[in-house]
Design a protein around this ligand. Structure first.
Ligand code: SF4
Ligand code: SF4
Length: 265
């Protein structure tokens, strides 16, 4: 369930982002109903389980993954990062960072879209797929949701509470995690250009290795929940914040003029 996942970042005029990263400038009123939503708001999201449509699982150029997405993919496929990168994923440089994103197959569709137009990893689908057709509007070190009115093919959508739509076991924990990762990427975007090519390459490789290559113990919990099961993300978040602390401490000497920001608060 995904076509173009947009989010707005802090800057005004509004900078339209692809999964928080590939920015463009656009007026929010051109692509949404002009409202910003909170997690317990009702929003016209319901599409009768997509009923025969898989439009937004095609040409998903902006489907960049975060560490939780990758961890879930590893759990549901039983494959490691290097194996996934051979087929379903690719590495791309976005705003100075090397990040994994979904690769399209010969149908120009996501590799996880089955022959019946259904997502083969629905319970473990990436956060951007859970969000669609919502986007995130980042402002004042937080975000709200907006509805992308031009993206979904269904026009008779009914109201659903955003919390239910996201289908996260711990919606508040997930929000904090998204903010932590967003702050980190913003900081890297700002500071990595200050480094030499060699140092920048070392940092991006190191970050990729710590957050994406090394498996999380939480993946055993994800796997045991089964393809349709609900699973706890508590252990994942705890491991993620541990790794964020490790990265923060490791990178601090490279940016001595900076106070080390509190990414994960
Ligand atoms: S992971 Fe699933 S929902 Fe997301 S684009 Fe692929 S097939 Fe569609
Ligand atoms: S375009 Fe809308 S109805 Fe079609 S797959 Fe995407 S979310 Fe579902």
């Amino acid at each position: 369930m995904f076509v173009k996942k947009y989010s707005f970042s802090f800057d005004k005029p509004a900078a339209l982002c692809y999964d928080d990263r590939m920015k463009r400038t656009i007026d929010l009123s051109e692509i949404s109903d002009g409202k910003l939503y909170e997690i317990d708001d009702l929003c016209r999201l319901g599409c009768s389980d997509c009923a025969g449509c898989s439009s937004c699982c095609h040409d998903t150029e902006g489907l960049v993954l975060d560490p939780l997405d990758l961890s879930r993919l590893r759990a549901v496929t039983g494959r490691d990062f290097m194996s996934l990168i051979q087929e379903e994923l690719e590495l791309v440089m976005i705003d100075e960072m090397l990040l994994p994103k979904m690769k399209m197959d010969a149908r120009s569709a996501c590799h996880f879209l089955d022959e019946n137009g259904r997502c083969r990893i629905h319970a473990m689908r990436p956060g951007i797929c859970r969000l669609f057709p919502l986007g995130r509007f980042y402002e004042n070190d937080d975000y709200k949701y907006f509805l992308q009115t031009l993206e979904c093919r269904k026009h008779d959508r009914y109201k659903v509470r955003i919390r239910e739509w996201l289908d996260e076991a711990d919606a508040e924990g997930y929000h904090d995690y998204i903010m932590s990762w967003h702050r980190f990427l913003k900081l890297m975007e700002e500071k990595l250009p200050l480094l030499t090519d060699e140092s920048r390459s070392s940092v991006t490789s190191y970050v990729l290795k710590v957050f994406f290559l090394a498996p999380y113990q939480a993946e055993a919990d994800f796997s045991s929940a089964g393809s349709e099961g609900r699973y706890s993300t508590d252990l994942f978040f705890s491991e993620y914040y541990g790794r964020m602390l490790q990265v923060r401490e490791a990178l601090h000497p490279l940016f001595p003029e900076l106070e080390v920001p509190d990414f994960d608060s």
